[in-house]
Design a protein around this ligand. Structure first.
Ligand code: DP6
Length: 317
C-alpha cells in the first residue's frame, strides 16, 4: 500500500500573532517573528482509505508516545484542513491520516504549528503525486498551511521566520543554535484555546494599539539582534509577551493563563537578570508554560538554573 510521510518542527514566537484581520484566511492583525524548535516535531503519514471518508489514527513510530490522541474536535479540525488541501487539487478519494508528536501530549504545549505544518507537507506531497501536479514552492506550502493553523506557516522556515500578512519567509538574524527549554508549569489542557483567544482579544481596549505596539516591538527586536544587544532583546521580548497577556486579562470576558508558579519563576528569572546582567530570553504563549532561549555560550548558566531552580519542581522539555 502506498504511503506518504512528512514531519515538521514547532516554533516559538518572540513577537506574537494575536488577533486576525481575516478569520477564514487566517491573515494576522500584526507581523510576528519566531524561532524554530527543531527538537519538537510532529510526524504525519497518509494512505489510501477503502472508503470515501478521511479518518484519523495514531501514527505508531518506534520510541514515540503511543498514548497520543486527538479529541473529536481536534480530529475534525485536522481532517477539515486535509479536505481544504484536497479541494485545491480537486481530489476526491478518501485518505487515512495518522499523526504523532515527539513531545508528550500531556505537557500543555501547543502542537498545532508542528502538526498542521506536517499535515500540509504530507498532503501536498501525496496530492501532487496523485494528480500529477508539480510540487509547490515552500512559500506556497506555508501559505496553504496557514489556513489550517496560522502559526504553522512559520514552521516551514528555520531558524527564524517572519510572517506578515500573506507573506512568510526566513529571516537572517545573527543568533542561531539557541538552547531552548520550556518549563512545564501545568500539564492541564488550556481553558481557552489560542484560536478562541484570537477572537476574545478584539474586545480589549488595548487591542486598538496592539498592531502599532507589536510592529514597534518587532522593529526594536530586529535592531537589538542585529546590534548584538541581547539584554535589549530580552527586555523587548518580556514586554511583548506581557502585552499579549494584558490583552487577555482586559478583554470583555477576561481570561488568563498565568498561575502563582508562573509568577514565581518569572520573578526569579527577572531577579537573575538584574543580578548578573545576563540570562535567557523569556517568553510565553497562550498558556502557563515559560519558554527560555539561551545563547550557546550560556550553556553553563542554563544548566545551573535548571539544576538549582527547576529540577524536582517542574518538568523541563
Ligand atoms: C499565542 O496559530 O494557534 O501561540 O491560527 O487560530 O490556529 P490559529 O491560532 P494559532 O495561534 C498562535 C498564537 C500564539 C502566538 C504565536 O504563535 O504567534
Amino acid at each position: 500500500m502506498q504511503q506518504w510521510l512528512a514531519e515538521a518542527p514547532a516554533n516559538i514566537a518572540l513577537i506574537k500573532y494575536m488577533g486576525k484581520k481575516n478569520k477564514d484566511k487566517k491573515i494576522p492583525a500584526n507581523p510576528s517573528l519566531s524561532y524554530t524548535l527543531n527538537h519538537l516535531r510532529s510526524y504525519v503519514s497518509l494512505e489510501f482509505s477503502s472508503d470515501k471518508h478521511d479518518t484519523w489514527e495514531l501514527l505508531e513510530l518506534p520510541g514515540l508516545d503511543n498514548n497520543f490522541s486527538l479529541s473529536a474536535s481536534e480530529q475534525q479540525r485536522f481532517l477539515g484542513h486535509l479536505a481544504f488541501l484536497k479541494e485545491q487539487f480537486s481530489y476526491r478519494g478518501g485518505l487515512v491520516v495518522r499523526s504523532v508528536n515527539n513531545f508528550p501530549h500531556s505537557t500543555g504545549l501547543a502542537s498545532s504549528a508542528s502538526s498542521f505544518a506536517a499535515l500540509t507537507k504530507c498532503a501536498l506531497l501525496a496530492l501532487s503525486e496523485l494528480t500529477d501536479t508539480p510540487e509547490l514552492s515552500i512559500e506556497d506550502q506555508a501559505k496553504l498551511s496557514r489556513h489550517g493553523s496560522g502559526s504553522s506557516c512559520r514552521s516551514f522556515f528555520s531558524p527564524w521566520a517572519l510572517w506578515d500578512g500573506e507573506k512568510v519567509s526566513a529571516i537572517d538574524i545573527p543568533y542561531d543554535n539557541l538552547i531552548h527549554e520550556v518549563i512545564i508549569i501545568s500539564h492541564a489542557p488550556k481553558v481557552v484555546s489560542s484560536s478562541k483567544a484570537h477572537e476574545l482579544v478584539e474586545t480589549s481596549p488595548l487591542y486598538l494599539s496592539r498592531i502599532e505596539n507589536a510592529t514597534h516591538n518587532l522593529h526594536a527586536l530586529l535592531e537589538a539582534f542585529r546590534a548584538n544587544k541581547w539584554a535589549d532583546a530580552y527586555s523587548i521580548c518580556w514586554r511583548e509577551f506581557q502585552e499579549m497577556h494584558a490583552l487577555f486579562s482586559t478583554s470583555q470576558q477576561p481570561f488568563g493563563y498565568m498561575t502563582p508558579d508562573t509568577h514565581q519563576i518569572l520573578d526569579r528569572l527577572h531577579e537573575e537578570w538584574k543580578q548578573t546582567g545576563d540570562g535567557p530570553i523569556v517568553t510565553m504563549d497562550a498558556g502557563p508554560n515559560i519558554h527560555l532561549l539561551y545563547r550557546s555560550d550560556q550553556a553553563e548558566q542554563a544548566r545551573l538554573f535548571k539544576q538549582d531552580v527547576l529540577i524536582g519542581n517542574f518538568d523541563v522539555l
